[in-house]
Write a protein that binds this ligand. Sequence first.
Ligand SMILES: Nc1ncnc2c1ncn2[C@@H]1O[C@H](COP(=O)(O)OP(=O)(O)O)[C@@H](O)[C@H]1O
Ligand SMILES: [Mg+2]
Length: 263
Amino acid sequence: MTTIAISSQKGGVGKTTLSINLAHAFARAGVNTLLVDADPQGSVGLSLTRQSRLLTGFYDFLADPTTPLEQLIVPTRLSTFSLVTCGQASDYEAGGGATGTHLARVRSFLRQIADRGFGLCLIDTAAGLFGITGDIITSSSAVLIPQQAEPLGIRSVPKLLDGLNRLRIMNPRLNVLGVCLTMVQHELAESREVAAALRQLLPPEMVFQTQIPRDSLFVRASARGLPIGVLEEGAGALAVFDSLRGEVDLKLEADSRSSNTFG
Ligand SMILES: Nc1ncnc2c1ncn2[C@@H]1O[C@H](COP(=O)(O)OP(=O)(O)O)[C@@H](O)[C@H]1O
Ligand SMILES: [Mg+2]
């Protein structure tokens, strides 16, 4: 099983939106996909599952690792797409506690998920690279970092590069898939310039070709925790996430080839 963490130091950069829609793209392509909401303020699946606050979820497992996975995994109308909500144990703060505190429980969760035949586990994390998010990244095979294409985003590039290095130290086997630019406004010169500047500042292989456009449909869909594809008007946006999925697949393949050769 491949585990991809969707993470960044910053909140509001499009992590949750990207997680839901990328997971949906893999599921539509036939990959048995589990989307895990590891953000205590999470909204993944709020509508897909109707009452995610009341469901047992990821943090309940961290609080009590004897919780059977059957209680956590929520099916959707798409047979290859399942969810684990963040759950109710909100006293578990994602940023709280030293990294490492929950490592064994996160690993046990992922092992049990893998045993259930999932091909991909995609984890939407809380902002920051510490605490439980750090433990998730340490336990994942790959990480993808969304970055908002706005002028302030450029100023955070040094921190972003710093963060990427820290991820590699935390987990030397981690496949850092790279940075995906989000909320790009193609019709605005300022937004295009910021996207171009970010591409110049970051190593070229670290930036996905696919960019997520700013579209009010995402606000409507993500307010309900839904993939955009389930909205009738959202069909056009499916291609964006299919393209991102294709890029992720290539990077995963390249990584497995190089570790076969040298590992
Ligand atoms: N591509 C996009 N176009 C327009 N709005 C977006 C887009 N991506 C995210 N948003 C909106 O921006 C806000 C923050 O996005 P979210 O995915 O929740 O970020 P994060 O999980 O990093 O905090 C949400 O209201 C969301 O609906
Ligand atoms: Mg989020």
